[in-house]
Structure formats: C-alpha cells, structure tokens
Design a protein. Structure first.
Length: 106
C-alpha cells in the first residue's frame, strides 16, 4: 500500500501492485492510474509504503519522493511495469525511515 496526505490533511491510500526497487535506498512505484495520489505528491505530501514479506512480516517505509517522467528510474520502471499499464511516471520513495510494527529499524 502507498499512502499520501492532501493539503487539507486527508489521508489517501492505494494498493500499489507495480513496485520495484532502485539501488539499496529507493522503492519505485509505477504511476499507472494515480489521481488523488499524484495530486498529493505534487502538493509535497509525506509518504509511506506498507508491505508484507512472503513470511507475512509487515514493514513501513517512509521517505521523500522523486516523481519522474523521464530518466534512468523512469526507464527502469518501464522495463518491469506490465505493458498493459500506461506507466505514466515512476515514483521513487527514498528510504529514510523503516518500521516493523512500532519498532523503528532505520
């Protein structure tokens, strides 16, 4: 799941099904059908990515974001994003904090 917050303080969460990583410090999400999420990113929203490992361990990653419509991360996303989706942009969340439950790991 990918969560953002709008200027009015209202949270928005989406299921992010097309996700990859770039290097050791970025989680990349394909903007295939973002609406409110894209608006919130443009407004400077704080972001969080919540995911489950195959072992059912949950983690939350928080960090700043790069929204790219060209360049290395965008081209990499186009390579793994399914062709049936538009891949409008690549959203790279720089890992700045990691939590497992209430425990801060990073």
């Amino acid at each position: 799941m990918f969560g953002t917050v709008g200027l009015e303080g209202i949270a928005n969460a989406i299921y992010a099904t097309c996700v990859g990583k770039h290097g050791d410090d970025k989680v990349v999400i394909a903007d295939n059908y973002f609406g409110k999420t894209r608006d919130n990113i443009s407004a400077g929203s704080r972001r969080a990515v919540l995911y489950l490992t195959p072992e059912k361990k949950s983690y939350q990653v928080k960090g700043s974001v790069e929204y790219s419509v060209a360049g290395e991360i965008y081209e990499e996303m186009k390579g793994w994003n399914p062709a049936k989706h538009p891949g409008n942009a690549a959203v790279a969340v720089k890992v700045e904090e990691i939590y497992s439950g209430s425990e801060r790991i990073l």
